[in-house]
Design a protein around this ligand. Sequence first.
Ligand SMILES: NC(=O)c1ccc[n+]([C@@H]2O[C@H](COP(=O)([O-])OP(=O)(O)OC[C@H]3O[C@@H](n4cnc5c(N)ncnc54)[C@H](OP(=O)(O)O)[C@@H]3O)[C@@H](O)[C@H]2O)c1
Length: 263
Amino acid sequence: MEISGKTKIMFILADPVAHIRGSVVLTRELRALGHDIAISPLHVKPADLEATVRAIRGFHNVVGFGITIPHKIAICRFIDELLPQARLVGSVNFVRRDADGRLTGDNIDGAGFIDGASESGIAFKGKRVLQIGAGGAGRSIAFSIAAAGATALGLSNRTEAKARDLAQAVRAAYPQCDAFAAPADAAGYHAVVNTTSLGMKPDDPLPIGDPAHLTPDMTVSEIIMSPELTPLLLEAQKRGCRISLGKSMLEHQVRRLEALLAL
Ligand SMILES: NC(=O)c1ccc[n+]([C@@H]2O[C@H](COP(=O)([O-])OP(=O)(O)OC[C@H]3O[C@@H](n4cnc5c(N)ncnc54)[C@H](OP(=O)(O)O)[C@@H]3O)[C@@H](O)[C@H]2O)c1
């Protein structure tokens, strides 16, 4: 890969950084779309976040940056504008840097998820949805499912308090969606969405209880990218459910990122 003075530069701010793969995937996907761009992880300790962001304002070939653990919430204090989804979710995963150094943050996890599911023929309007997980990506996805017109959203999370808090926040933002903390049981729903990391490791349990409660009229969506077909998706396929893959979410986040950064 050539990096020249014309190449658009991005960073991914994180601590630690050794595990970061998003820089590789995003660089590959954006280059495949024809952009002369390079993305590097930047190892930034929390105490140095404010100074780093101030410095980036003066980096004129930087078009923006991604943010991941542990900076997604803290970054909100150091940028100029939060777009509506970032404000709702309370965290940012990408920031655009304008030519004058102005910084605008968004959270595109949820929009990428909805776009990816939609491409697989899955829509949430008028649906009862069970979402497993209320972590970083799960928060953004829950607001987006409600925004997409779901009438009910059951939220199940290992740490139950997080599911309850998220349900309350979603109800406040989208009163037409009955969001509530729920057990991880697919019975009675139209759609199941796994936003936990359960399914990445071969010995992980399924994120839902009895998979026999999955019926052919249900849809099942996953956000895990590797493996592409998680045990949950294999169970769903076996039972005739329509499925959507984690990689579709990523592909559509790349499209959303292109739009955010005005590449
Ligand atoms: N496809 C994409 O574009 C995309 C984008 C972002 C993330 N992801 C993937 O989504 C997954 C979650 O990412 P994240 O950033 O949201 O992570 P996170 O903030 O750490 O949240 C992890 C979620 O998984 C749950 N969890 C973790 N281990 C568990 C276990 N042993 N049993 C039950 N629940 C467990 C957590 O529950 P607690 O709250 O109880 O800890 C939480 O709900 C990862 O696999 C990540 O790679 C994919």
